[in-house]
Design a protein around this ligand. Structure first.
Ligand code: AMP
Ligand code: MG
Length: 378
């Protein structure tokens, strides 16, 4: 278990059962006067004291009596009804009311927020701000959380170089490892960064086997197409099982998935945009499942501000910018050129636009699905 202040983003291991009633005592929801509901007919009561939050009064309030009571203050014995100050009239030590009073009004009952023994946070919940506050309100200084999933990550390609180096002719900088490390960490996992691996089946085999033995999930990028230096599929078939390696999606058609022993493996495409979209569509949901979380990406309907199209038979994920107009309607346009290597399209986007095979052409004003990226690529 971990101290509460270090639990942000972790996944709760077991149900958190409330050890107390919240609130612990019946208390006043208003600043006003506290009365007995069996004594409302009196019409006029003698003030016998004042109850502040944090200062309970143990002395009972009798018929004919009332107390001044502040918001959050526990009800003294006998009191079960509160009249807000604005509806009372003071006359020396006597008080009367100027509005109808209902028995039990303006009272927060003990356990009204959470009853003793109730499940406050279910196992498998990712701990965000509200959950941390809820746990604190129950007096929990520590929580039992699942160990973060360990995810191995490497880039492949003889032409791929780490940023900071001098770029050799015909080479490119490795961007995938940085987008993917951020996405993995954002999903609450621990990253094991294995760097860049050359297009060499012997080295790939050795690295994949080692990564699978050391981690819960293995990700690579590049080397999954049908080029002469694309060895990921071959090595996956040798070491484990290929479940699929091509999908009717763009960008991201070459996506290999399989198992290395018991460890799931995703061979993501090398193209930077394709790698990110495959992560969002396949890896992020898989991580949620491995974490034991119930999660579904948000998909919203928006009106197209321009024509859009996809190749027949494929699901196309365009990079989009959506906004909400003055009447609350979502409207979306693309970020511009949509090549699968154009990483700036991803950087400009705040959503993916899903063009489904059943409707490959979208006219201006037609509805399209969008997948907001807020909170997913942060
Ligand atoms: P591949 O599937 O290995 O043929 O890669 C497809 C395209 O993505 C090629 O243009 C590669 O140069 C490029 N690419 C591969 N890996 C990376 C990477 N880590 N960062 C940026 N681009 C990459
Ligand atoms: Mg390659």
């Amino acid at each position: 278990d971990l101290p509460l202040a270090r639990c942000h983003g972790a996944v709760l291991a077991g149900d958190l059962v409330s050890p107390i009633n919240v609130p612990p005592h019946a208390n006043s929801a208003m600043d006003g006067i506290g009365l007995r509901s069996d004594d409302l007919a009196a019409g006029r009561w003698q003030l016998v004291g004042e109850v502040l939050a944090g200062q309970p009064r143990s002395e009972p309030v009798l018929a004919g009596q009332a107390v001044q009571i502040m918001t959050g203050a526990p009800l003294p014995p006998g009191v079960d009804t509160v009249v807000m100050r604005e509806e009372t009239r003071l006359d020396g030590e006597w008080v009367s009311v100027s509005a109808p009073v209902k028995a039990g009004q303006n009272v927060r009952q003990a356990g009204e927020d959470l009853a003793l023994g109730a499940v406050a946070i279910a196992a498998g919940t990712r701990l965000g701000a509200p959950q941390l506050g809820l746990a604190a309100s129950l007096g929990q200084a520590r929580l039992s959380v699942r160990a973060p999933l360990k995810v191995a990550l490497f880039s492949t390609g003889d032409e791929v170089q780490a940023p900071g180096e001098t770029l050799a002719p015909g080479h490119i900088f490795d961007s995938n490892r940085f987008t993917l490390m951020a996405l993995i960490a954002g999903a609450g996992c621990e990253v094991m960064d294995l760097g860049i691996i050359p297009d060499d089946p012997v080295i790939l085999r050795q690295q994949l086997a080692q990564a699978a033995a050391d981690t819960d999930l293995v990700l690579s990028s590049g080397g999954v197409s049908v080029g002469n230096a694309d060895f990921i599929k071959q090595v996956l078939a040798e070491l484990g099982q290929i479940a699929f390696w091509r999908i009717q999606m763009r960008p991201g058609r070459p996506l290999a998935f399989g198992k290395l022993g018991q460890t799931p493996f995703f061979g993501l495409p090398g193209n930077p945009v394709a790698a990110m979209i495959c992560f969002l569509q396949f890896v992020e949901p898989a991580i949620a499942r491995l974490q034991g979380r119930v999660w579904q990406p948000l998909r919203l309907s928006a009106l197209a501000e321009q024509q859009m199209k996809s190749r027949p038979g494929r699901t196309e994920f365009l990079r989009g910018i959506f906004h909400q107009d003055a009447s609350g309607v979502l409207r979306v346009r693309t970020t511009g050129p949509q090549g699968s290597g154009i990483l700036s399209s991803m950087s400009d986007a705040n959503c993916l636009i899903e063009i489904v095979p059943a409707q490959p052409a979208i006219a201006v004003g037609e509805r399209v699905w969008i997948h907001p990226l807020q909170g997913r690529v942060a």
